[in-house]
Design a protein around this ligand. Structure first.
Ligand SMILES: Nc1ncnc2c1ncn2[C@@H]1O[C@H](COP(=O)(O)OP(=O)(O)O)[C@@H](O)[C@H]1O
Ligand SMILES: [Mg+2]
Length: 362
């Protein structure tokens, strides 16, 4: 809050107005006094006039003086009163829901400061209101998406269970097939619920990281090593270029491994086959940079970083009902919790995910 100069203070201004009104009254009354006192003098000499009339004239003089004072004072204070009324009307509008309304700032006194504070409050309220509405909208969308995604496998499980219950299968092999389908749909349901659980757990503002110091190069070597056979099985050749240095970072290992695995699994699921997967890792002064690239058949239709929005599924994922659309939004959240970043780029048939992670001081 800014301090108001003494000469701009409302109390000082009112005092000045009172003094001006007083002088104005004296001026007016000194002009009017002559005929009034003349009248009183006449009364004293003229016996035809009663003393009562003289007193009336005298009190009349006082009355005129007071009225003059009040009129001058009202004239001087009028602008402030109108401004106060404007403030009061605006506050009433804000209270009745017209958030974001503001008052023109006039002067530098307490009233203008009040107006400034009301403007701030009004804009903050509007901002909060819009934010709340957005959260509400996102929540509704989330519930719709979750319901849809949970219902699809569940409907199919119930359908197959009904077939079995009603004995609607021709032979043992068909029964076995139904069980297989039920099992895979149930697994998908469990995976979806696990991801949802993880997502909501990570979204909570008081999520805690289980931090420990680890050599990131070693960790990546190990995970990539575990994934190479899976990549190869899918006709994907890995070309890796990792730094030779040990690079120590402080991370929640379990969560970070989840990010890497999601990137590798995505590369397996969504890349063109046969092709290559490029993995590079290096460190700059304050940041580690991991890049994972894979080939894709068609360039992304929408803005590439939409992939990080929850429940975003590309055509390739929607076609065979793979994926939950949560993996990359979970990865993004984990990177943010580590004060890092993750983003994607597309160039000449290649999609590249870049992960930046700050190196903590040793
Ligand atoms: N490496 C990748 N190559 C091509 N598309 C990808 C890749 N990773 C993710 N995507 C696209 O982004 C979408 C979101 O990915 P993600 O959040 O991991 O969810 P999910 O894998 O469960 O669908 C995927 O459906 C896919 O269309
Ligand atoms: Mg995924």
């Amino acid at each position: 809050m800014t301090t108001i100069k003494f000469r701009n203070k409302l109390s000082f201004q009112l005092l000045v107005m009172i003094v001006i009104s007083l002088f104005g009254t004296i001026l007016v009354m000194s002009v009017l006094s002559r005929p009034i006192f003349e009248l009183i003098r006449l009364t004293m000499n003229n016996e035809n006039l009663l003393v009562v009339q003289a007193s009336v004239a005298f009190f009349g003089w006082f009355f005129i003086a007071i009225v003059t004072f009040v009129l001058i004072f009202i004239m001087l204070v009028r602008k402030k009163i109108l401004y106060l009324k404007l403030i009061s009307d605006t506050v009433q509008h804000i209270a009745s829901g017209q958030l974001g309304q503001t008052i023109d700032i006039k002067g530098k006194d307490e009233l203008s400061q009040l107006a400034m504070n009301i403007n701030y409050m009004s804009q903050e309220l509007e901002h909060k209101f819009i934010q709340e509405r957005q959260i509400e909208k996102e929540k509704n969308e989330l519930i719709t998406n979750i319901s849809h995604d949970l219902r699809t496998p569940l409907t199919s499980i119930i359908g197959y269970l009904k077939l079995i219950k009603d004995g609607q299968y021709r032979h043992q092999e068909q029964l076995h097939e139904y069980f297989e389908t039920i099992y895979s749909k149930s697994s998908r349901l469990k995976h979806l619920i696990d991801e949802l659980f993880e997502f909501s757990r990570l979204s909570s503002p008081d999520v805690k990281l289980n931090l420990s110091r680890i050599d990131m190069t070693g960790l990546l070597q190990q995970i990539i090593g575990e994934y190479i056979p899976i990549f190869e099985e899918q006709q994907l050749t890995v070309e890796k270029s990792l730094t030779d240095e040990d690079i120590y970072v402080v991370i929640d290992i379990e969560k970070m491994v989840r990010v890497y695995e999601n990137l590798f699994i995505n590369a397996i699921k969504y890349s063109q086959k046969p092709s290559e997967i490029l993995i590079s890792f290096e460190a700059e002064e304050h940041t580690t940079i991991l890049k994972v690239s894979n080939r894709i058949e068609n360039p992304p239709k929408e803005s590439i970083n939409k992939m990080f929005e929850r429940f975003f599924k590309g055509d390739n994922a929607r076609k065979d009902a793979q994926g939950t659309g949560l993996g990359l939004s979970i990865a993004k959240r984990i990177m943010e919790l580590h004060h890092g970043d993750i983003y994607a780029e597309y160039k000449n048939g290649w999609i590249t995910f870049t992960l930046l992670l700050p190196i903590k001081p040793k």
